[in-house]
Design a protein around this ligand. Structure first.
Ligand SMILES: O=c1ccn([C@@H]2O[C@H](COP(=O)(O)OP(=O)(O)O[C@H]3O[C@H](CO)[C@@H](O)[C@H](O)[C@H]3O)[C@@H](O)[C@H]2O)c(=O)[nH]1
Ligand SMILES: [Mn+2]
Length: 433
């Protein structure tokens, strides 16, 4: 490990013991196969049919077991050095664009999306370098309303999280954790924040239940005027609304710090053109974000998966920015975990074998496959870059945009990239994420 490395690779302990154990199983398998090979019944009446059945099952098991070992034989764990990252790159950290996908305000309640989005906006990362994009495939004014509420609440929530270094930073998860009630140092403030949060969630719930946004609330943001009565989730024009423009010097939280950019996007829908589900949304997000923040690093999160660690971006950057090995890394992903598990994890929902064994086993072979939510990509790797050894990433990309005089012009430009015909007759049309 050189001095400048931003991450280290460690091997799992107990490898020798595991391999010894694996050898005993292998010996057992060989003995069974040997027994079968040397005990072939002479006639059908002596059980040749059963012999064939059992031999096939045992051969299949042997094959399956050997293949499984490829993911178990050598596990590697990665450790990051975030302090070194700060020392060397703090002033020149890259822009990071976060894409959150939602599709239906009834299956995926807007309050859930609010909590996810807030956990991402409150990352321990310079806010001027952070942009969060919400893709709403439902094209719903209810989701837009919830996002407008989130953009207002963020002004209180982000400084509160940063001041007390809270974890996790999804308000729903934080207020239901024991931390929020046990830490006396900020008890009063926590209580009033909780009230503010609950008032917001009940407003959002009431409006989702009623199915429409009252006229007086629509006056709060120009974006509400984009919805016309004839629009449905399956047929509507593209809508891009910048709820918080991080480049605007007046976009500040309630203690005067800059806020991250926050954008709502509903790509155009028309039943005549296939929308390609999440993959279609991701492609639109790539194009829309390219004219607004154009960050070289992209994180994708499903709307029901909040971030439970405010340092996730910094951990991921330790891989991308590593001078020696970073150029070989196209994506860095985090395992998915679920809340509310039974004490003994009776149903295996913690996915511990997959998260703690299989993924680490694949990593030693060059990396596991992409598993969806919670993945950081280089923008270039999603835009068809061919990897070469001497490729130099432009980490400053995206920092050049000036605050526009007319934000609506920028939104319209972005909308022209979120039409349902944009990808027709292109390669994108055939690639599914
Ligand atoms: O037309 C659609 C359909 C879905 N989604 C979003 O895509 C995400 C994943 O869809 P979901 O139905 O929740 O699939 P899951 O099986 O829960 O997701 C897993 O499997 C998917 C691939 O099948 C991955 O993309 C996900 O990241 C992974 O968590 C969600 O945020 C949806 O809102 C859209 O944006 N547009
Ligand atoms: Mn899901």
């Amino acid at each position: 490990m050189g001095d400048t490395s931003l991450f280290a690779t460690e091997h799992a302990r107990g490898r020798a013991a595991y391999r010894l154990y694996a050898c005993t199983i292998l010996a057992g398998i060989c003995l069974i196969l040997y027994y079968r090979a040397t005990h072939i019944p002479a006639t059908w009446r002596e059980g040749r049919g059963e012999w064939i059945g059992l031999s096939l099952a045992e051969l299949w098991h042997a094959f399956y077991w050997v293949i499984t070992q490829s993911a178990r034989w050598k596990l590697v764990y990665r450790r990051t050095f975030k302090d070194k990252l700060s020392q060397r790159f703090e002033g020149r950290l890259p822009n990071v664009d976060i894409f959150v996908c939602t599709a239906d305000p009834y299956a995926e309640p807007p309050n859930l999306v609010v909590s996810t989005v807030l956990s991402l906006m409150a990352y321990n990362y310079p806010p001027e370098k952070l942009s969060v994009y919400l893709s709403d495939d439902g094209g719903s004014i209810l989701t837009f309303y919830a996002m407008w509420e989130a953009s207002q609440f963020a002004k209180h929530w982000i400084p509160f999280c940063k001041r007390y270094k809270l974890e996790p930073r999804a308000p729903a998860a934080y207020f239901s954790s024991s931390d929020s009630s046990s830490d006396m140092s900020h008890h009063e403030e926590c209580l009033s924040m909780k009230i503010l949060y609950e008032e917001m969630t009940s407003r959002v719930d009431a409006i989702v239940k009623s199915g429409k946004v009252p006229e007086e609330l629509k006056a709060n943001h120009k974006g509400f005027s984009q919805w016309q009565s004839e629009m449905t989730s399956k047929k509507h024009p593209p809508i891009v609304q910048i709820l918080i423009d991080g480049k605007d010097p007046n976009a500040l939280d309630n203690v005067g710090n800059a806020l991250p950019t926050f954008v709502y996007m509903a790509r155009e829908k028309n039943p005549e053109y296939h929308h390609n589900f999440k993959a279609g949304a991701m492609n639109s997000l790539l194009r829309v974000s390219s004219v607004i923040s154009n960050g070289p690093i992209i994180l994708n999160v499903d709307c029901d998966m909040y971030s439970n660690n405010s340092d996730s971006i910094r951990d991921a950057l330790c891989f991308f920015l590593d001078e020696e090995k970073g150029c070989d890394i196209a994506f860095v992903q985090y395992p998915q975990n679920y809340n509310n598990m039974t004490k003994n994890d009776t149903y295996g929902n913690s996915l511990s074998v997959m998260n703690e064994v299989d993924l680490c086993g694949f990593d030693s072979w060059g990396g596991p496959p992409y598993i969806g939510t919670g993945c950081f990509h280089r923008r270039e790797s999603l835009c068809g870059m061919k990897h070469t050894k001497d490729y130099k990433e432009d980490w400053n990309r995206g920092s050049e945009r000036n605050p526009p005089d007319d934000i609506r012009k920028l939104e319209e430009k972005a909308e022209s990239l979120a039409t349902c015909t944009y990808e027709l007759n292109t390669l994108c049309h055939r690639i599914a994420l």
